[in-house]
Each structure stands twice: as C-alpha cells, then as structure tokens.
Design a protein around this ligand. Structure first.
Ligand SMILES: [Cu+2]
Length: 101
C-alpha cells in the first residue's frame, strides 16, 4: 500500500507549521492558493546538518533554519503547479502545491 503524504491546506493568513525531524517534513505536502502571500513556519527539531537549510528552487528561496525555534518564510507563490522543497542534500523533501483560486 502506498501512503499519500498528508495534505495540509492553507487557511487564510494563518502560518502553516512544518516540523523538520527524522528526515521528513511534516506535513510534506502543502496546498496554497496562487498569488496569495503564504507563511510557512518551519520548526526544526533535527539538529543534524542535514536539516540545516530549506530550499525552494522554483521560488529562489534558500534559508537556514534555527534548531528548536520557529522560523517563518513568507512569500507569494506566483507559479501554479507542484514545487519541490528540500534540504541542501535533497534528503528532506516536500511539495508545495500552488492552485489557482
Ligand atoms: Cu539534508
């Protein structure tokens, strides 16, 4: 059986919390509306260097995540479709699904 990653939908302007731990982003699949500012709140629990960065290639975002303290990334997703986000080694992997309203 293949488990679909849990899908988290954006609700208004509330930040979406993403836990970074044990090699996975939770949730790993996030749906957001096109053209509306979104805030992703990364909570890094994994202190290993692997979890250090989060990179959204398609949106030219690369951020260092602090350990044990929330870190917000806020931007306007202006490209529809599915966009991968990863750690710098591409071991952590998530997907940002940008949908036209
Ligand atoms: Cu990594």
């Amino acid at each position: 059986m293949v488990l679909e990653p849990k899908l988290q939908k954006a609700a208004g302007s509330e930040p979406i919390e993403i836990i970074v731990d044990d090699g996975v982003y939770t949730p790993a699949r996030i749906e957001v509306p096109l053209g509306e500012r979104v805030t992703l709140r990364f909570i890094r629990k994994d202190a290993s260097p692997c979890a250090e960065k989060v990179i959204f290639d398609d949106f030219n975002i690369s951020s260092d995540l602090p350990v044990g303290r929330p870190y917000d990334i806020s931007f306007v997703p202006d490209k529809p479709g599915e966009h991968e986000f990863t750690c710098q080694m591409r071991m952590y992997r998530g997907s940002l699904v940008v949908r036209a309203a």
